[in-house]
Each structure stands twice: as C-alpha cells, then as structure tokens.
Design a protein around this ligand. Sequence first.
Ligand SMILES: [Zn+2]
Length: 284
Amino acid sequence: MQAAPKKDRVNSSHQTFILSSDNYYGQEANKNFMSPTWFKKFVACEAEALAELRGEWAPDEDKTALLVGNDLHSYFESSEAHERFLDANKEVMLSSRGKTKGQLKSEYKQADIMIDSLKNDKTFTQLYQGEKESIVTGVISGVKWMGKLDCLNLDRGYFIDLKTTQELSKRFWDSRSHRWVPFVLKYDYQLQMAVYRELVKQQYGIECEPYIVAVTKQSPPDKAVITIPHEYMEDALQRIDEQLPHFEDVIAGVQAPVPCGNCAYCREHKQLENIISVDDLLDS
Ligand SMILES: [Zn+2]
C-alpha cells in the first residue's frame, strides 16, 4: 500500500475529504488528519504505528476494556446512542452458557455500576451539559488535526473527557521522565487535552478549560473531576512541535520509521543484531 501523500495533511484550503461522525474512526480520516491517539502511537513506536496506519498490522487490543469505555460513553451521549451500542454488541456482552445465560457478563455489570455512580452524582449531571461527541479540527505545527470531545460547553467555557481507569491513585513508571506518575500523565492525556483545547480555540475562538471525569473499575467505583496544569499542556504542544515533522516524513515515506524494539510488532519482526550488556535490560 502507498503512503498518503504528504500534501493532504498540511494546511491547505482544498477540501477533498469531509470529516463526520460516520467516518471519524475510519482509515480515510486517519490519512487526512493527525489525532492525539495517532500521535501517541507514533511516540510509542513509529514502526508499529506506520504499519497500522497502512493497514498492514492490527495491534492486539483489550476489546473488553474498549467495550466498557464505549458502554459508558454512549450512555452519556444519548439514550439512542446507548441503545444502538447495546444492540450492536449484545452477543459479546451477554453470557451464553451456564446459570448466568442471558445476563450481562461481569465486566459489563461493572460498567453499569460505573454509569450509575456518575448518573446519580449531582455535580456530574450539572457539569456534563453541552454538545456531545463534538468534532473539532484545526492546524497544529503545520498539520491538520482532528478531535472528538465527549462534551463541549462553549457557553461556560469548558469541555469534558470521560475516562475509565483502575484506581485514581495508581502509580505508573514513566520512562520518559524517570519517575512514578498518575494514570493521566502515563497515558499522556495532557497531550490530548492540549490538542483539543487548541482545536476548540481555532474553531470557535474560545479558550476552554479541559476537565477529565474519571471513574474507576473498583467496587464500588471511585470518581473525580480532574484539571490539568497549563504548563503540562504547554509542554505537550512543545513535544508535538518537536516530533511531528519527523512523524509526517515517516508517514509520507520520506524517512524510515524508528522501531522501538520492544512492542509486539517489533518483536515479531526482530532479527538478532547486537549483543547487549545485562545493564541494558531494564528501562532506565
Ligand atoms: Zn515497536
């Protein structure tokens, strides 16, 4: 498969592809726009990300975690969206054997409890008002980007992203900053929020405050409304500015992708080359 020509992704007025909620998660959208998800894939491993973008590789995803997240998101989008979601996924979500046949599998019962925890919360219901699944586009570091906001409230100047996580205070080792970090920084959600904030500003001329509403998979679930210090978002935009030109060259086929050496894609394509020291085995 040929790489997408570079000119399609840079800031140009000619519009050949119209982004919509129907094609947002499709290959064409990914070929025309950068997004926080894809930028983070390129940061993690350029070789794997390029192969996936070209449709030559499909990473193993935790489908259950994905469905739990979609269950929650579609519930708070609208009752029609939630019904569509349940209808499309009932075969995998319902138990097909034994005493529990016909009932929701335990992970999806837990998803219902997470939904209840938010929908019965007064602060959340007051806060989660605005346009749901709002698509925004703009240009960052000379490249077209897209974003989809869970809830955008332009009148009150904020947007919300819903996240499910294991525990609010769980620590993750971050090899980039060599320290323990919370889940928000581990998954670089500050980068996603920084991009969304910039796209909203370009599209509507309003500087919005991002909030992450996190709900945990604990029983009973914990929850929090989380803000992100602006310097974290500025740092994220700075990283984009530094790394994006190379990623765009990789996508255009001008430069070779740098393999991370550790991911499933790299392991599958690995050839022994160098002999390494025992001191090289651990993340520094
Ligand atoms: Zn890799």
